[in-house]
Design a protein around this ligand. Sequence first.
Ligand SMILES: Nc1ncnc2c1ncn2[C@@H]1O[C@H](COP(=O)(O)OP(=O)(O)OP(=O)(O)O)[C@@H](O)[C@H]1O
Ligand SMILES: [Mg+2]
Length: 354
Amino acid sequence: MGKTEFLRKDLMPAAEQAGYTTIYVSLWETKDDPESVLLDAIQQAAEGPGVLGAMRRRLARPGAKIGIGAHAATVGAHALWEQGTAEEPNRLLELRRWMDALAQKKKPTLLLVDEIQSLADEKRYGALVAALRSALDKHSDKIKAVFTGSSSDGLQRMFQKERAPLFQFSQQIPFPQMDRGFVQHMLTAFTHATQRKLDEEAAWQAFLALERVPEHFRTMMASMVQTGSTDIETALAQVKRGITEPANFSGKWRSLRPIDQAVLAILASGGRPYTEKSRQRIAKLLNGTASDVTPSIIQKSITRMRKQGLIAPTGNREYRIEDRVFYAWIRDGIDADRIATESGERKKDNCKDI
Ligand SMILES: Nc1ncnc2c1ncn2[C@@H]1O[C@H](COP(=O)(O)OP(=O)(O)OP(=O)(O)O)[C@@H](O)[C@H]1O
Ligand SMILES: [Mg+2]
């Protein structure tokens, strides 16, 4: 929690102060063509700021996005990969060259790549990841790197995958959740902006209700600043609606297979999916018998949901629901027997489904 903020506001200034050249790249907004973004950023750091040069290069590339609208961008990126195969080794050569150039500099470099999990699942980025890795290995004394991402499973896959063990010598640092200090900080800022005081305990409870996602809490506070309100309860309800409605949790839920719903229900209530007790519960949720719910059926469900980025392993055959708010939505719905109501008509056939 607060990874991007930490990279930009804490780590970058500290590194610059310590004499590093820093490069920050976020691959999230640039899903279509993360390679160019990474290359441009590294090249700019190696050459010094040359905005015009970078623009020219981008325009000169085949498949440069010349369409209009979101769909056009996707088409453009697709075209790039179809046409771009021959050019591909050149771009990786470029990466190597710029990394070499950076390593020649007097100052050491700190490369920060945010949302790196964008590269995790795409085979087509395998070569890029490998090139990045070998450059980092080669220049490990002069170029340091920090990779962050918001999908722990995506990151783990990148770290473990045999064909792309980018980060053999790396350390992984889980980000702790924000505590009361964050809420107090936001309340001070609120008072500063509005001359009003909010009740700290109520604000803390709201933060907990938002699953300690700082972004959501900030949205809530910002809306209270805007409307001049001090009514936390109303603002909280509004923010929650703002999260769950567009996220369409109930649609997402309905689109899941009953077995996946049942496994999620187990996870959301803090259970471990493979235990005998959980299997009985799953069977009960699906109106079947425990013998229907074999470990391999559970395993298939887990593999499927990991692929979709819904859940991530936390070690020891335990799993966590990645989206904290979806997790809370499921957890709060278990008592309301959401499995029965949301997929009611399928319920009696559920065991056939699995
Ligand atoms: N140390 C902090 N002090 C005060 N506010 C913070 C701090 N860290 C984060 N925030 C606030 O929380 C919000 C979310 O933080 P940030 O975007 O860094 O999270 P993230 O972990 O990168 O999230 P995502 O997984 O969505 O990328 C920011 O808008 C910022 O205002
Ligand atoms: Mg972020």
